[in-house]
Write a protein that binds this ligand. Structure first.
Ligand code: AHM
Ligand code: MG
Length: 352
């Protein structure tokens, strides 16, 4: 490769489309629109400290959490960009209670559904700490032309066609997979292009980082508590103790662990018996990326991507990252089975 050769995301998408002889380019078109929305949101995130766009809007989203101005901005821009590409029949977002239909003036619509968390890591927005957008794309299961239904969204993660995230960090990256490995593109602000910077990302099978909100320690199930203690023990052979790293932005925490090796955990707790994170637009896309990079993702009992969803905003416990670390925590959870963790269960029951 020429020393100065740069592969832009647009070029990369085009090259891949040309490998599929019958491709009409619809999917590529959709990815271009994702990249455009990401660049617009990036611009606002970067200047957020300069203008009156930070701070809470005074409204709450449908899950009762505070919405910030940038959340709303990102939501609107992603919805507009995805609607504008004409390839998607409906979109679901963390910020909207139900999904939104798209069709053009002739009543036509597309063959994909799009799910997203437009700006994740809301508690980090107004303190200049990394945040991210997470997205997931499926082929609809209902016929093109008809109105999309909930069935189109409630597909298991194994049916995802593509998934990715945009990390608004010290640089901005778009990382995605279409089921053929994971590639990362870094935004070069001087040319306004995402450029291929991380080709075929592979995550280490063993890591040295564990990421969990340890402030919730007392509320964790026994298996998680035991695993945390395991991470902190000294053992030369397994390179322990591991280091603890937790930003509180899923995209940033996952991205660091993806590159360096580690595990991210958001478990069930006594006050949140299904955990905090959402299956469809947070855990499934991250799980797809993790697996495509050689890692794994589970809910403590089974593969995240094999869970059959039952509602748009459902939550799940989430354990993801380096394969052997996820395997280990799963083994701890099995050993200290939730069913036999009576204290945990009785406290959970009192919040239900
Ligand atoms: P959000 O969708 O309201 O931003 O919440 C999701 C975020 C994740 O990015 C992060 O992993 C988690 O919440 C942090 O939660 P906590 O503050 O409970 O540790
Ligand atoms: Mg979120």
């Amino acid at each position: 490769m020429n020393k100065f050769e740069v592969t832009s995301l647009s070029e990369y998408i085009l090259r891949n489309q040309m490998k599929i002889p019958q491709s009409r380019g619809g999917f590529s078109h959709l990815l271009h629109h994702v990249s455009t929305a990401a660049r617009i949101v990036n611009r606002e995130v970067n200047k957020a400290g300069l203008v009156d766009i930070l701070g809470e809007m005074g409204s709450t989203n449908i899950q009762g959490e505070d919405q910030k101005k940038l959340d709303i901005f990102a939501n609107e821009h992603f919805i507009d960009a995805i609607r504008g590409c004409g390839e998607v029949c409906a979109i679901a977002s963390e910020e909207n209670e139900s999904f939104i239909f798209f069709e053009d003036e002739m009543g036509r619509n597309g063959k994909y559904v799009f799910l997203m968390d437009p700006l994740d890591g809301s508690s980090n927005i107004d303190v200049n700490v990394s945040i991210g957008t997470i997205f997931s794309i499926y082929r609809r299961v209902t016929p093109v032309g008809e109105k999309a239904t909930m069935e189109d969204f409630l597909q298991p993660g194994t049916a995802q066609l593509a998934a990715g995230y945009v990390l608004y960090g010290s640089s901005t990256m778009l990382v995605y997979t279409t089921g053929n490995g994971v590639n990362g593109f870094t935004l070069d602000p001087s040319i306004g292009e995402f450029c291929l910077s991380h080709r075929k990302i592979k995550t280490p099978e063993d890591g040295k980082l564990y990421s969990i909100n340890e402030g919730n320690y007392k509320k964790f199930p026994k298996g998680v508590k035991k695993y945390i203690k395991y991470c902190q023990e000294r053992d030369e052979e397994t390179n322990r103790p591991y280091s603890s790293r937790y930003i509180g932005s899923l995209v940033a925490d996952f991205h660091r662990n993806l590159l360096k090796g580690g595990i991210f955990i958001y478990p069930e707790t006594e006050t949140a018996p299904n955990g905090k994170l959402r299956l469809l637009y947070e855990c499934n896309p991250i799980a797809f990326l993790a697996e495509q990079a050689g890692g794994s993702a589970s809910n403590g009992e089974k593969r995240i991507m094999e869970i059959k969803p039952t509602s748009l905003h459902e939550r799940t416990p989430f354990y993801t990252g380096s394969k052997n670390m996820v395997r280990k925590v799963d083994a701890f959870l099995e050993e200290f089975d939730l069913k036999s963790d009576k204290k945990f269960n009785s406290r959970c029951a009192s919040v239900k």
